[in-house]
Design a protein around this ligand. Structure first.
Ligand code: 6PG
Length: 476
């Protein structure tokens, strides 16, 4: 038994427990602590053979068992519980020690906590960890923020337990203070968007294609051998192929159609609004969950007039079109998410490398996907890429997909199938490529009712038209 642990984990619910086991399995001695000691005991009893665990009943005992600089991972609920645990442990630590928050904290909280602990000589590392329970145990994608100095002491351990793709760890230093949690937040926003797009593809195949869930599962399995290959496509096929034991019906038909959320997608959109980044795909995904949850509203509106989906003539052609629409919409969703990362990085001075984020998302995390390699390549070729959509590969992919994409959105509109994700992605694409937008008219309206002024296409300066007078133009 080691007399000191290299790292400690407090908060041993399933994520914390699995992270601790992953560390131990990689040969690191891990101090473990939980508010109620039964969990600590259970962990050691059940999994003690996997490595070296140093169980502690009290925070004092836990801290005393750690080598210096102490690395204390806290894995508790975001918000007040995290603050409470920090306040419990910080007074027991010494300058140079670090507290690592591996939960889904809001990055603004992480910034506040980092600043406060820095004052006390402690490092605070807010890190995103993605991959769910299985990822935590077998290799998650890890997105640590904080001081570069803290990464020196902590990074090798985290890289060691992270997923690997082609031998490269899915963990890298993201940037100072809240950068890691910000990137994790956007990861989750993209996750929402990806899930919504996949759900819309299913809906179209089910209702315009007249296909059964088990048949659609086969389609997703096939797609998962091509450019759409990803964890979310893979699990979608599993879910669709599953039969409900109680009724013998497809599982998906036995589940209430109201999607829930814990809030990271919503945060992504709230922050995007503040930063002025149009993440319309993520926003529509959040709103689609929200709409699904308004049971009373949906009951009241169920009989509103409109078309009911009918089966298209050529189902194979529909399947092909939907694949194209899904890929194009997915590119838009990621393009928007990466723009948000760049905007956050600029706003907070984080200097985040977007290509490195694509690299660490290739494995371990929920949005892991083959095409993240393409995103990495795009940012390698041009780190200042204004949008992924103008990268040669993605430009060609969307160009090739767009006839199908437009047909899918048109079919959905004509059949009364809601596809907010596909539609908003297409509208964003068309919005970006428009030579002129009706924003000019909006400026005119604003100037009319509020003298808000406008700029002209042919001269510099701000102008106002005297709408209530002789309609001459004045410089503002
Ligand atoms: C991950 C997941 C994880 C969590 C989601 C679920 O990356 O491992 O994103 O963090 O499962 O936050 O989010 P909702 O409950 O909001 O769907």
């Amino acid at each position: 038994m080691a007399d000191k642990a290299q790292i400690g984990v407090t908060g041993l619910a399933v994520m914390g427990r699995n992270l601790a086991r992953n560390l131990a399995r990689h040969g690191h001695a891990v101090a473990v602590h939980n508010r109620s000691p039964e969990r600590t005991k259970a962990l050691v009893e059940e999994f003690g053979h996997e490595g070296t665990f140093l169980p502690a009943d009290t925070p004092e005992q836990f801290v005393a068992s750690l080598e210096r600089p102490r690395r204390v991972v806290i894995m508790v609920k975001a918000g007040a519980p995290t603050d409470a645990v920090i306040e419990e442990f910080a007074p027991l630590l010494e300058p140079g020690d670090m507290i690592i928050d591996a939960g889904n904290a809001h990055f603004a909280d992480t910034r506040r906590r980092e600043a406060a602990l820095r004052e006390r000589g402690l490092h605070f590392v807010g890190t995103g960890v993605s991959g769910g329970e299985e990822g935590a145990l077998h290799g998650p994608s890890i997105m640590p923020g904080g001081s570069p100095e803290s990464y020196e002491a902590l990074g090798p351990l985290l890289e060691d337990i992270s997923a690997k793709v082609d031998g490269t760890p899915c963990c890298t230093y993201v940037g100072p203070d809240g950068a890691g949690h910000f990137v994790k937040m956007v990861h989750n926003g993209i996750e929402y968007s990806d899930m919504q797009l996949i759900a819309e593809a299913y809906e179209l195949l089910r209702h315009a294609g007249g296909m059964e869930p088990a048949q659609i599962a086969e389609v997703f399995r096939r797609w998962n051998t091509g450019r759409l290959e990803s964890y979310l496509i893979e699990i979608t096929a599993e879910v669709l192929a599953h039969t409900d034991a109680a009724t013998g019906k497809p599982f998906v038909d036995a589940v209430v159609d109201q999607a829930e959320q814990k809030g990271t997608g919503r945060w992504t959109v709230q922050i995007a609004l503040d930063l002025g980044v149009p993440v319309s795909g993520i926003a529509e995904a959040v709103f689609a969950r929200s709409l699904s949850g308004h049971a009373d509203l949906r009951d009241a509106a169920r009989d509103l007039p409109g078309p009911r989906p009918s089966r298209v003539g050529d189902v194979d052609a529909l399947v092909e079109d939907v694949e194209q629409a899904l890929y194009a919409s997915k590119i838009v969703a990621y393009a928007q998410g990466f723009n948000q990362i760049q905007a956050g990085s600029a706003e907070y001075g984080w200097n985040i490398d977007p290509g490195a984020m694509a690299t660490i998302w290739r494995g371990g995390c929920i949005i892991r996907a083959r095409f993240l390699d393409r995103i990495r390549a795009a940012y390698d070729a041009d780190p200042d890429l204004p949008t992924l959509l103008v990268d040669d590969h993605f430009r060609d992919a969307v160009a090739g997909a767009q006839d199908s994409w437009r047909r899918v959105v048109a079919t959905a509109a004509q059949s009364g199938i809601p596809v907010p994700g596909f539609s908003t992605a297409l509208a964003y694409y068309d919005g970006l490529r428009a030579q002129r937008l009706p924003a000019a008219l909006v400026q005119g309206q604003r100037d009319f009712f509020g003298a808000h002024t406008y700029r002209r296409v042919d001269r510099n300066g701000a102008f106002h038209t005297l709408w209530g007078g002789d309609r001459s133009e004045v410089s503002a």
